[in-house]
Design a protein around this ligand. Structure first.
Ligand SMILES: NC(=O)c1ccc[n+]([C@@H]2O[C@H](COP(=O)([O-])OP(=O)(O)OC[C@H]3O[C@@H](n4cnc5c(N)ncnc54)[C@H](OP(=O)(O)O)[C@@H]3O)[C@@H](O)[C@H]2O)c1
Length: 254
């Protein structure tokens, strides 16, 4: 037996926001380590492209369009996965939105509602549905992609940061309640990462340089740098880890 078992062979993993960025990288990483990966985000064509790349590399993927802010879409996603595979071993809650960059005092009600709908309610509904299945199965791993903003609020991203703090709290609450059933729940907090989501921050030199100036490793991250934590948390290598928050931020919060 290996000292640490990172294999995901035989496991079925759902990854939301898998059509690009961090979610795509995590989905590819889980597939590379043997998982069958269900790819979920809103645009079917983008998911089909990622699924093709995974199957071309010898992996297994099922692309299913799903708006994670819509409970009816979430219900359809799980019905499809259960019909296809009959189980869910890993859920990576990753699809999130950040429609507003500005002071808290000017954030509108619709910004607040949209951000909480996808980032908090969506994560919660996904985790709740997955957890019920995992409890019946006798085990599973839920991984919530939060943010360093959930630990220390990011400038001009206060509402978004509030949702990520809620995700961290949700992670610990699920971990406490589900540990007895063998279901683990952990969070990953990326720092500034080179994706469409962070494009404005990365492409605006004043913002980028100010941020990276506070990063001990002296640069932003690439999406693949979040994969190791996800594979660890999805696999039996992390069998004694639950309720934890893994920060992948180049040392920003150090
Ligand atoms: N990039 C960073 O610097 C950074 C830092 C800290 C944390 N994070 C977190 O990392 C996660 C991934 O972000 P990213 O940077 O990889 O973003 P990204 O490149 O913009 O990708 C976002 C993904 O989420 C999907 N998505 C967006 N809204 C959705 C919805 N309502 N329902 C279903 N899917 C939806 C998108 O596909 P569709 O548009 O097709 O739906 C896409 O696949 C997020 O939770 C984010 O908060 C990112």
């Amino acid at each position: 037996m290996a000292i640490a078992d990172f294999s995901l062979t035989g496991k079925v993993a759902i990854v939301t926001g898998a059509s690009r960025g961090i979610g795509e990288a995590i989905a590819r990483g889980l597939a590379e380590n043997g998982a069958t990966v269900v790819l979920a985000s809103r645009k079917q064509a983008d998911l089909d492209t990622v699924a093709r790349a995974i199957t071309d590399a010898g992996g297994a993927a099922l692309p299913v369009a799903c708006h994670t802010g819509k409970p009816e879409d979430i219900a359809q996603l799980f019905d499809r996965v259960l019909a296809e595979y009959g189980r869910v071993d890993v859920l990576v809650n990753n699809a999130a939105t950040n429609p507003y960059f500005g002071p808290m005092i000017d954030a509108t009600e619709s910004v607040f509602d949209k951000t909480f709908e996808v980032n908090v309610k969506g994560y919660f509904m996904m985790a709740q549905r997955a957890a019920r299945i995992m409890v019946d199965q006798g085990g599973g791993s839920i991984i919530n992609v939060a943010s360093i903003g959930g630990i220390s609020p990011l400038l001009m991203q206060g509402v978004y940061s509030m949702t990520k703090a809620a995700v961290i709290s949700m992670t610990k609450a699920f971990a406490s309640e589900l540990g007895g059933a063998g279901v683990r729940c952990n969070a990953i907090c990326p720092g500034l990462t080179n994706t469409k989501f962070a494009k404005v921050l990365i492409d605006t030199p004043e913002i980028h340089d100010m941020f990276v100036g506070q990063v001990p490793l002296g640069r932003h991250a690439e999406p693949r740098e979040m994969v190791g934590a996800a594979v660890y948390l999805a696999s039996d290598a992390s069998s004694y880890t639950t309720g934890s928050v893994i920060v992948c931020d180049g040392g920003y919060l150090a």
